[in-house]
Design a protein around this ligand. Structure first.
Ligand SMILES: Nc1nc2c(c(=O)[nH]1)N[C@H]1C(S)=C(S)[C@@H](COP(=O)(O)O)O[C@H]1N2
Ligand SMILES: [Mo]
Length: 320
């Protein structure tokens, strides 16, 4: 016989459970799923009920007209090695991450170094929602509504010196909160970087949320970068430091294997990873699952109009 604790009344638990359920249903419906049209007004209305909502307005200039990846995949199938290497690990283990208080120190070659807390970052500029395709180097992709603003807004505030050529992003690495940091797959803390013009490109998003709510922990709460024309690993999560440098920063994945992971890591179907092709990708969450046809990966993940000019004259086979 199952033991039932009568002190927990149905009325105590039902509303929360029902609420959660409804919220997820609404999110899936609002997302449109595959092939259905997105109704932004519907998702905005529905998500207004969420306790950790973010007031974000859809920016039509950055709104891919593709079916959104359902919320449960965006938040349930993740790469965040600080919490383990399986795709389910971050959702299962990131609960231990303390996202408040949280500060980001902005330092290096800038006129105005500063330390900003998460509330200051939330207020620094109006938060937009942008629907971006994301392509992981492993061969899968998603379409995600991110909430944030161009990183350039923050960069302009700290006034980089003329000598600043690169920006480095450093993620939190705390063994107490992040069980995966005990392993030595990569060198902690997780580090990524961009060239200054890439960091200033309007597409580069300082990201504070997704689907109209603050970032779930498994997606890199409370603040991350999203760089949609590069492989997913360039989009560093749970950032604590942003540093401006003259030299190209050493990044975790190129330190792991420079032959397999370059600094640029622009999505490029013509440059294979040494161990697999990059020509095609699999959309996560496609209802046809394993039987869904793969789709062709686009140069710069389809953002060539907005980013290709930054690389004119560069041999992209050499600078992968
Ligand atoms: N700190 C940190 N950032 C990270 C990673 C990581 O393991 N640690 N994984 C990267 C990879 S490989 C991908 S594909 C994206 C996944 O982001 P998502 O889980 O929000 O979709 O995060 C990137 N940022
Ligand atoms: Mo990735």
């Amino acid at each position: 016989m199952r033991f039932i604790d009568k002190t927990i009344l149905a009325s105590d638990i039902t509303p929360r459970a029902v609420f959660e359920n409804r919220r997820n249903l609404i999110k899936t419906a609002a997302a449109g799923g595959f092939g259905m049209a997105l109704a932004p007004w519907f998702s905005r209305q529905a998500l207004a009920a969420s306790p950790d909502k973010l007031a974000a307005t859809l920016n039509p200039a950055f709104a891919e007209k593709e079916g959104l990846t359902p919320y449960k995949f965006v938040t349930g199938y993740n790469n965040f090695y600080e919490f383990g290497t399986d795709k389910e690990d971050p959702a299962a283990h990131a609960g231990s991450l303390q996202t408040r208080p949280w500060t980001v120190s902005i330092e290096g070659l800038v006129k105005k170094p500063m330390t900003l807390d998460i509330d200051a970052l939330l207020k620094l500029a109006p938060i937009e929602e942008r629907i971006y395709r994301m392509r992981c180097v492993e061969g899968w992709s998603m379409v995600i509504p991110w909430d944030g603003y161009s990183l350039s807004k923050l960069i302009n505030k700290v006034e980089p010196l003329g000598s600043a050529k690169y920006v480095e992003f450093v993620s939190l690495a705390d063994r107490k909160q992040m069980p995966g940091v005990k392993s030595n797959i990569i060198e902690w803390p997780y580090r990524e970087g961009l060239r200054m013009d890439e960091a200033m490109n309007p597409l580069t998003l300082l990201t504070l949320g997704l689907y109209g709510e603050v970032l779930p922990k498994q997606n890199g709460a409370p603040v991350r970068i999203v760089v949609p024309w590069k492989y997913g690993f360039k989009s560093a999560k749970s950032i604590v430091k942003i540093r401006f440098t003259e030299e190209m920063p050493k990044t975790s994945w190129s330190q792991f294997d420079a032959r397999e992971y370059g600094f640029y890591s622009n999505v490029n179907p013509q440059v294979d990873h040494p161990r697999w092709s990059q020509a095609m990708e699999r959309r996560i969450g496609d209802p046809k699952g394993m039987f869904a046809p793969k789709i062709k990966t686009q140069m710069f993940n389809g953002y060539g109009d907005q980013v290709a000019s930054m690389y004119t004259g560069m041999d992209l086979k050499k600078y992968y």
